[in-house]
Every structure is written in structure tokens, then in C-alpha cells.
Design a protein around this ligand. Structure first.
Ligand SMILES: Cc1ncc(COP(=O)(O)O)c(C=O)c1O
Length: 476
């Protein structure tokens, strides 16, 4: 008897109709009251349960509206649902079927295959590459800029996703410091450089398009292009940077880090830059210049950007504030080729890759008032000394096993295993000892071209670097 399966609490918080509806729904959804079962009439069930007929009628009507029951005039209600198959309905029905693996889009499946950052540990340890020293950031000054920007927010014009003052300030800074030639309207403000790569990939790549990347290179770029369906081809490196295979036709997109190749730190020669530009037919081949840490150069004057050499609007210039400020500031930018600005801004809005206005305004002030350049100059001196310290310590204590490639700039360096062999095993040993590095072989596309370690020097004080290198020496 169905009434035997139902217990109603008269003093309960939920009313009788809610209780009865919920219990009947669960009984049907779990299969205890099966499909095609004819329920008692409302009069009969009301009498069995000792409630009013209206209470039962309301419950039946609700379940009929949700599709659990079929009702027709003068007939008893019939159960319409095969218990265990129905999972929706006011969120209370429970499925007996174990959910299988969710079917993902090709985009998400490809991203899962190249999920590179997950290999990092949650807490930052010496000598993790790619990090600036957050302890050196002028937080008090930044807080003042943020406060002023927040206070003024009510008076600001809303609407522009890329704030004009920041666009202008960045265009000027990039022109003088990096030789980037762009109108403020070409500058897009994004939550990260990675967002810029995803945006470009979504805008330009048709599945099957060929994309050239450096090998070893930056896995975040490879992941973004592969997820969009690109056929990613790795190009080897020589002393002048990324190589081009003679006689090959340039692809849809070329990704490069010419200021400091990621990971080796090599500078792409002017000859090589010109060759890549010459091979890229306007409107057919686009180049992404990722200048992720181009602000840091130690041994010579910085080489102007590739974007500034391009007279045909083929180059996307990508930058980030993660390295020059702190990694959690979550701001990057893209200087777009003029022909693609409108399309990219539409895509930017649709993907929601928009940085908070008050943070954009605060950053504009930070730059215009000179704090950005002052911080940069100070960090350049500090990181230069740290680079030299790490190189010196490694040569002294690990010269027999590791060959350090001293980069002319940037915030990380590569050390190759002199005796060859497995860099992943070395990284594992080092992590266990408290030193975090990255295996060079994990940055290759196919069969690793090189074995070695990628180490960061910017985020660590000299004493911390010395301790870490001593630990490393005990692991080899
Ligand atoms: C070569 C390169 N490009 C881009 C980025 C991403 O910068 P963001 O943190 O702004 O996404 C990184 C970060 O490590 C990088 O190494």
C-alpha cells in the first residue's frame, strides 16, 4: 500500500503538501513506485493518510506538472517515469544510474591532454621558474592607486572594456621602451597573456591550420593552439633563436618569444627576425610576438620588438604584468594588428576576457605617475645581481654536472645535464629536497631535444639562492 511508504509530520516545518509531493517524487524517481503503476484516488489516499483531499490533489497536480504523473478527468493518476532514469525535477530526484565520463568538446578534451600547470606544487618554492619577487613590489603605492581608483569609480564613464587612459599609457610606454608602433586603439587589456593567446587562437585558427612554435617552447601557447584544433609544429633553435626549415611555406600562425626565448633565454637575431617577417605573407600568416619578460635585460641595450619592424600589420604583440609586477595581479595585454582590432574586441567581450575597470584605472595611474618605471628599474638591478649570483653558485658547486646557459635577460635560466640522461628524475629528487625546477624535456613537443633544468632566479634573495644551490649539489 502506497500510504504505508509515506510518513507525514504534522508539526514539521514544511507543509503537508510539500512533504507529500517530495516523498511521492522520491518514491517514483527511485523506482520504488514503478512506471505505469496506478495510484490510489485522491479521496482514498487522503483517507489513508488522514489528510484533506485537497492536500493530495495539490500534490498530484504538482507531480503531473513535473511529468511524473499522468492525470485525466475521472481516472486515477498513472506513474509516467521509469525510476532511476529521471534525474531532473526540483533537484530532489536521485538517479540510480552511475554517471559515466562527461562527453567533452574537442576543445576541452585537447586542453585536458596538455594540462601543463598542474605539475607545479601549490606553494612557491625556490627556484621555481617564471616568478618575480612579490616581496619587492611597492604594495603601499599600489594600494593608494587602487584606493583612488575605487573612490573615483562612481564618477567614471562606464562602457569601455579597454580603459582609454591605460591604453594610452601602455602605447606610450611600449613605443619608448620596446619600439612597438601602435595607436592606443590597438591595445587590448586582458586578464593575462594566456588570455591573449586563447583569444587569438579562437579568432584565427580553423581546425587543421598549421601553427609553428619554438621547440622547446612555452606549453601555454601550444595548449591554446592545439585546443583550437591547430596542427602545432615545433621548430628547433640555434644560436640565433627559432629556426625556419628552408623551402617550407609559412603557416597560418607563428608563435615566438624573440626577446628571451622561453625557456632558453636566447635573443633572436635581427637577421632571423627579418627572415620570419619576409616569409609571412600579409593577411595569410600572422606572427605572435610574446614579450612576456622583455623588460628585463642586463647585458646590453634591449633589442626593439619584432612588431616595430613589421610594416604590414602582421604581428600581434603580447605582454603581461605577471613578471614585471606580481603574478597575482592578473593583467596582460595585446597589441592587435589594425585589421583585426574590431573582431578581437567582439571576441574579447563574448569570452568575457575583461579586466576590472578600477584595476585598469589604478594601473594607468601607477604608470603615468612614474611608479611602474621606478619599480622596473629597481627590479632590473636586483634581478641582474640575482642572475649573476645563481650562475656563480651553480658554476662553483654544480659545474661538473650542469652547464648553465646565461641569459642576457629575463627571470629564469636553463642548465643542461652534462652527462645527459633523465631530467625528470632529477627534478623529482630536487623537489623532494625542497628545490623546485622544471624539466626541460617537458617543454618539448615531441621527443625531447634537450635534457636540463629550468630555474628561476628573480623571486629569490641571494641567501635563498645559495641555500637552494647547496641543496641541489647534495642531490647530484
Ligand atoms: C612565455 C610566456 N608567455 C606567457 C606567459 C603567461 O603570462 P600570464 O601569467 O600573463 O598568463 C608566461 C608565463 O609564465 C610565459 O612564460
Amino acid at each position: 500500500m502506497i500510504s504505508g511508504l509515506i510518513t507525514l509530520e504534522r508539526s514539521g516545518e514544511a507543509g503537508l503538501v510539500v512533504q507529500l509531493t517530495g516523498q511521492l517524487r522520491r518514491l517514483i524517481a527511485s523506482g520504488r513506485i514503478g512506471k505505469d503503476r496506478v495510484l490510489p484516488s485522491s479521496r482514498r489516499l487522503a483517507s489513508d493518510l488522514g489528510v484533506s483531499r485537497n492536500t493530495v490533489s495539490f500534490a498530484f497536480e504538482q507531480l503531473a506538472a513535473e511529468g511524473y504523473l499522468a492525470m485525466s478527468h475521472g481516472r486515477r493518476p498513472v506513474v509516467m517515469v521509469d525510476g532511476g532514469e529521471r534525474t531532473e525535477g526540483a533537484g530532489t530526484a536521485v538517479s540510480r544510474v552511475q554517471p559515466g565520463k562527461p562527453r567533452l568538446s574537442p576543445w576541452a578534451s585537447k586542453l585536458r591532454e596538455t594540462d601543463w600547470p598542474m605539475s607545479y606544487l601549490a606553494s612557491l618554492r625556490p627556484l621555481r621558474p617564471g616568478h618575480a619577487d612579490a616581496r619587492e613590489f611597492p604594495n603601499e603605492i599600489w594600494a593608494r592607486c587602487l584606493r583612488r581608483s575605487a573612490v573615483q569609480s562612481a564618477r567614471r564613464e562606464i562602457g569601455a572594456v579597454n580603459r582609454p587612459r591605460l591604453r594610452e599609457a601602455l602605447a606610450q610606454y611600449l613605443a619608448t621602451s620596446r619600439g612597438v608602433r601602435a595607436a592606443a586603439a590597438q591595445v587590448m587589456i586582458l586578464p593575462s597573456a594566456q588570455a591573449a593567446l586563447t583569444l587569438i587562437a579562437a579568432t584565427l585558427i580553423t581546425p587543421g591550420d598549421e601553427v609553428w612554435v619554438e621547440d622547446p617552447g612555452y606549453p601555454g601557447a601550444t595548449a591554446a593552439f592545439r585546443a583550437s584544433g591547430a596542427r602545432v609544429v615545433g621548430m628547433g633553435l640555434d644560436e640565433q633563436g627559432m629556426q625556419r626549415v628552408a623551402g617550407t611555406v609559412a603557416p597560418r600562425l607563428i608563435f615566438m618569444t624573440p626577446s628571451h626565448q622561453h625557456p632558453t633565454g636566447r635573443l633572436m637575431s635581427l637577421v632571423r627576425r627579418t627572415e620570419f617577417l619576409a616569409a609571412s605573407r600579409p593577411g595569410k600568416t600572422w606572427i605572435i610576438e610574446d614579450d612576456y619578460d622583455g623588460e628585463f635585460h642586463y647585458d646590453s641595450r634591449p633589442v626593439p620588438s619584432l612588431q616595430g619592424l613589421d610594416a604590414h600589420g602582421r604581428v600581434f604583440y603580447v605582454g603581461t604584468f605577471s613578471k614585471v609586477m606580481t603574478s597575482d595581479i592578473r593583467l596582460g595585454y595585446l597589441v592587435a594588428p589594425p585589421a583585426l582590432c574590431d573582431t578581437l574586441e567582439i571576441a574579447q567581450r563574448h569570452m568575457g576576457l575583461i579586466a576590472a575597470s578600477h584595476i585598469q584605472e589604478a594601473l594607468a595611474e601607477f604608470i603615468i605617475d612614474g611608479h611602474f618605471l621606478a619599480h622596473l628599474r629597481r627590479m632590473r638591478r636586483l634581478y641582474h645581481a640575482r642572475r649573476d649570483h645563481l650562475v656563480g653558485e651553480m658554476e662553483r658547486r654544480l659545474g661538473g654536472v650542469l652547464e648553465v646557459e646565461t641569459p642576457s635577460g629575463g627571470i629564469q635560466l636553463v642548465a643542461r645535464l652534462k652527462r645527459g640522461g633523465a631530467d625528470r628524475a632529477a627534478v623529482k629528487r630536487l623537489v623532494e629536497a625542497g628545490v623546485e625546477t622544471r624539466a626541460l624535456s617537458t617543454l618539448s613537443l615531441g621527443r625531447p631535444r634537450d635534457h636540463g633544468l629550468l630555474l628561476g632566479f628573480a623571486a629569490w634573495r641571494e641567501s635563498e639562492i645559495s641555500t637552494a644551490v647547496r641543496t641541489m649539489a647534495s642531490c647530484f
